[in-house]
Ligand binder design. Sequence first.
Ligand code: NAP
Length: 269
Amino acid sequence: MSRDIYIYSSDTQASKQTLRKLRKKLDNLGFTLVEEPDKDTELIVIIGGDGTFLRAIHALDFPSTPLIGINTGHLGFFQEIMPDRLDDFIYNYTQGRYSLQPMQTVRAVIDHAGVSEEITGLNEIIIASADNFSHSVHFNISIGGSFIERFSGDGLLISTPAGSTAYNYSLGGSIVDPRLKLLQATPIAPMNTTAYRSFTSSILLPPDLTMSIVPDDLPLNRDITVAYDGISRHYDDIERVDVMLSDTTIQLMRFESYDFWTKVKSKFL
Ligand code: NAP
């Protein structure tokens, strides 16, 4: 029976070189490298940095096949393998010495111009001012159907545990262990004055609650950017955005040496 592997790679010299080496090693071991992944593909290898990892996940529409990343980028938080450790990776993989780490995703339902559109993010979904932050936005925020606050500022970022170490962290949000099932809503430049009152810290949401964001003072506040995992879309007619934990998960392959907090320490301290 053929053992099919799909490789997604960025275009950098380091990635191309790693791709060539990996192809040769997998060919020699009798694996088949397929052009497109399908239900028979046993593993998807992503060569690049976290940005490449995110692009691959979206291009492949959040595959259920196990994923492994080889880091030829800068940070490489999702990426498990360094390019000079290909033999260790292949040995551990063929010996079955690995576990699968499920990663939650976040989903938004965007109501605009009478239609509902859905997007999914692995790191985060951001709802923010559309004009490069030269004007503040004002949103009415409800959690689980209860009105909580009228938010004023640049916008809100709702991150998964996986995305907590990305833009969320730069905004002062907390790092969340991916074993926890929750969403974190982090304000972007919240205004907290006598004129406008907004929470200035992150809010943690349990898996069963939806955060609803309704632009205030329509139509003035309708010009909004929704960004997710480095992709952004502009809307000038948003009526409401509901953000919740998604049922979609991806499976990241981790080897015996993997420990989330050791990785956090090595990448951030
Ligand atoms: P980018 O702006 O070129 O890269 C942003 C940086 O974030 C890269 O160093 C990337 O790692 C790192 N990164 C991505 N996901 C991460 C994660 N889950 N944990 C830790 N670091 C992570 O954009 P990109 O490469 O297309 O990636 C899109 C992501 O960038 C967005 O999802 C957002 O979270 C993040 N971002 C961050 C800021 C900020 O921190 N101020 C601003 C905009 C966007 P690699 O070097 O390995 O690619």
